[in-house]
Design a protein around this ligand. Structure first.
Ligand SMILES: *Cc1c(COP(=O)(O)O)cnc(C)c1O
Length: 237
């Protein structure tokens, strides 16, 4: 697999922004209310630098070791906002708390508590989203929506975390109406929490295949990999 050239990456970014604008306009949303997260797992550091040069400032990584390797020589990536979007095991929380600005995949108390305790005092509170396992989702990650309010109340009280909102990773549907359904569900969960007194401002939902549907349902952050960088090389073990 040949990595995308800097020119292609810049072009892809421009196309993605144009499509985001159209999707926001279709539902009367302010385009500035939707941010783009470039998902750079399995991409070489050169691809991130190319995206950065083209104006992209927020990157999402799934694998801790890979992310830390990319950050070893910050150089052109200094000042980037780093989001951890992978599965988070308890033995990885310390390095995540020390090296990221956001975590999207908090789905149980112990993970939240460890991130809170391990967030270095000199850093601002770590921004977190709670990952929700929506109805009918095959994946095992994420908390069931019935248990969400209790976890939200717990995380909201942790002083070294800043609870920002909800994240979901539904299976991609091909039909646009089908695509919108889980995103609508997540939006309603967030609205209910805010009616109960929370002030959550983030809906992290939508990937390359369904981000327009997510924006039409209120996504504030879409997570795109292939639409920016092209297909990923198969992960070798
Ligand atoms: C890989 C990944 C993405 C991006 O997927 P694409 O289909 O390449 O856009 C988004 N979110 C999460 C959590 C991912 O693991």
């Amino acid at each position: 697999m040949t990595p995308a050239t800097p020119e292609i990456i810049a072009q892809n970014l421009a196309r993605v922004h144009a499509r985001m604008l159209v999707a926001a306009n279709r539902t009367g949303r302010d385009p500035a209310s939707v941010r783009l997260l470039a998902v750079s797992k399995a991409q070489p550091v050169e691809a991130l630098v190319a995206a950065r040069t083209a104006g992209q400032n927020e990157f999402g990584e799934n694998y801790l070791q890979e992310a830390l390797a990319k950050r070893r020589d910050p150089g052109p990536l200094s000042g980037v906002i780093w989001h951890f979007i992978g599965t988070l095991q308890a033995n990885k929380t310390r390095r995540v708390a020390e090296n990221f600005d956001w975590v999207h995949t908090v789905d149980r108390q112990i993970i939240a508590q460890r991130l809170n305790d391990q967030r270095p005092g000199e850093f601002p509170p770590l921004n977190v989203c709670i990952e929700v396992n929506l109805s009918g989702e095959a994946s095992k990650s994420g908390i069931a929506s019935g248990q969400l309010p209790a976890l939200v109340d717990y995380v909201a009280r942790l002083p070294r975390l800043k609870l920002r909102g909800l994240m979901a990773l539904p299976a991609v549907a091909t039909d646009p109406a089908e695509q919108r359904r889980p995103f609508s569900e997540l939006r309603q969960l967030l609205a209910t929490l805010n009616q109960r007194g929370h002030a959550l401002d983030t809906l992290s939902m939508g990937m390359s295949a369904d981000f327009e549907a997510a924006i039409m349902e209120g996504a504030t952050l879409v997570r795109l990999g292939t639409a920016i960088f092209g297909a990923r090389a198969a992960k070798r073990s």
